[in-house]
Design a protein around this ligand. Sequence first.
Ligand SMILES: *Cc1c(COP(=O)(O)O)cnc(C)c1O
Length: 389
Amino acid sequence: MSDPFQLGDRLRQRREQHLYRRRRALHSAQGTHIQCDGKPLLNFCSNDYLSLANHPRLISAAKKAVNTFGVGSGASHLVIGHSCLHQQLEERLADWVGRPRALLFSTGYMANMGVISALLKRGDTVFQDKVNHASLLDGAQLSRARLVRYPHCDTEHLQRLLSATDTPSLVVTDSIFSMDGDVAPLMDMARTCQNENAWLMVDDAHGLGVLGRGKGVLAEYNLSQSDVPVYMATLGKALGSYGAFVAGSDDLIEFLIQFSRSYIYTTAIPPAIAAASLESLSLLETETWRIDRLHSLIDYFRRAAAARQLPILSSQSAIQPFKIGDSERAVQISEKLQACGILVGAIRPPTVPVNTARLRITLQADHQEIEIDQLLDTLVSVFHQTDQQ
Ligand SMILES: *Cc1c(COP(=O)(O)O)cnc(C)c1O
């Protein structure tokens, strides 16, 4: 058979560069202890930061909604897929993050694609942090606007770029960066954007549920509607559910309902998933200990890693990466950890820049201090072994 797209060559190249990805089959619910390919593992790579994905109350909320609303939503929001549960969730989310309105999207990827491509057109400019999430960069490509990437968290550089630009401009950033765990300097960025008459869009996928007593980065830094006109967050990470939303002014939400193609041309998420997200928001209020527990584990991890002279980064979030550099070594370390019963992801290019492969450790509320010690002790010994090769 002919191979006009050179799939074989391109796959071979991936393998040779140690960038080949393989999936594992999970045989249990998400949690700190999982069954993976038939083996028990201590899990340090989920984004289920508050350990809610398998919470009994989310499960029963989803079951109850399935009994009333069935499984599939049956249509897009604009046709007849928009249930009263979706409606309720949008109102609750808007309230939760302190914005007039919110709009549900089926995934975070689609929300970012849909917002950026709807707002911008050819001739406009979109400024993005070099290490923004792929969905933000892809949204920019789709919009046909000019895409300008600025050095990571460099607000002065951004300011110079903005002042040299006279087109309508959108500045887009992750709040907590997904592969580094650090936080964008949002207060400075908001001021810069307002001075330069640009809009700021913040992707709070890793901040909602974690920062601002669970209310996300807007609450954490007290960022107003004019500071951050476009707020986006996902429900599949700390909230333990699925889906995403955009929050902002009435005009922004109405505009997206009219013009955002990834909102319009897709089936609404199942109503039972919306019910689970609603329950998750209630849990953030009633089980506030989860957020406290996560933050105390983050502190514990950082102190314990520093005590072992491990090279921690500046992250104060649930994402605690160790930079390795070489992709092959990162994979080796991850495989050795797995052989010791510990699951940590090796993140490689193109997810992260070339030569910055890393282990991405994520913490969650159900972890125990002793499990963190176990991880770090194993890491020290594995670092040692792979160093000597
Ligand atoms: C996970 C993630 C997304 C995508 O959200 P999904 O709901 O998983 O599609 C978008 N932005 C960031 C920063 C993310 O980490």
